[in-house]
Write a protein that binds this ligand. Structure first.
Ligand SMILES: Cc1cc2nc3c(=O)[nH]c(=O)nc-3n(C[C@H](O)[C@H](O)[C@H](O)COP(=O)(O)O)c2cc1C
Length: 204
């Protein structure tokens, strides 16, 4: 296996990334789920935990960033620039190879919890890394929050997979720990497979 380091520029920023150029070799990868729900309660938490279980069952390390345990300060609030929570969060992100963003849709966009978590990141942590996108809706499926997260990831220098999923109807398609709708379940697996494929292609 040969690892090559490529240098490229994104919006005036220098990015250094290692690429595994042997497609046949599985890369040691870790995926971090960043949830726009608070903690693991609620429908977003149920699906976030299902994503962790499904990703692990595909042989890939996966965890959720616990935003209820490590509380991030509002950007600009007193002491925020030296926050230990922010440092801890950024190190978790920096050591991850790919990300799944899952947000409840609030007033047609991602939750403020999700946006705050994205605002504490930059190209140093996520530049050149792949993202998969999931939205949770009380109403019918739409791509509004997905599009908005895709837009922000582009500003962070990340790569979003083309596959994405909007899960409609609040809890109506969920059990206590997973999706029960067969079509949605297959689509979620497709999104996760696509992310794993992207991590393998982009390398570490
Ligand atoms: C403030 C607020 C705004 C919401 N706006 C929308 C919306 O624009 N579209 C929608 O489909 N659902 C909307 N909902 C419903 C939530 O997206 C939906 O119930 C979601 O599953 C909640 O996730 P949770 O159980 O993890 O909190 C809204 C809910 C709240 C609390």
């Amino acid at each position: 296996m040969e690892i090559v380091q490529r240098v490229y520029y994104f919006e005036g920023c220098l990015l250094l990334r290692n690429y595994n150029i042997d497609d046949g070799v599985r890369i040691n990868m870790g995926v971090l789920v960043i949830s726009g729900g608070y903690g693991l309660d609620g429908s977003t938490g149920i699906v976030a935990q299902a994503i962790v279980a499904r990703t692990k069952s595909k042989g890939v390390d996966c965890d959720v960033f616990r935003n209820d345990i490590i509380t991030l300060p509002l950007v600009g609030s007193p002491g925020c620039w030296n926050s230990e929570s922010v440092s801890e969060y950024r190190s978790m992100v920096e050591s991850s190879e790919g990300f799944i963003l899952i947000t409840p849709e609030y007033h047609g966009t991602m939750s403020s919890t999700m946006k705050l978590q994205l605002d504490w990141l930059g190209k140093d942590q996520v530049g050149g890394k792949p993202f998969a996108l999931v939205s949770m809706l009380g109403g019918v499926s739409n791509t509004s929050s997905l599009n908005h997260m895709r837009h922000v990831v582009r500003w962070l220098g990340g790569w979003c997979t083309p596959e994405q999923i909007a899960i409609p109807g609040g809890r109506s398609h969920l059990s206590d720990d997973d999706l029960v709708d067969e079509g949605l379940s297959e689509r979620l697996d497709g999104v996760l497979d696509s992310l794993i494929h992207a991590i393998e292609k982009l390398g570490n």
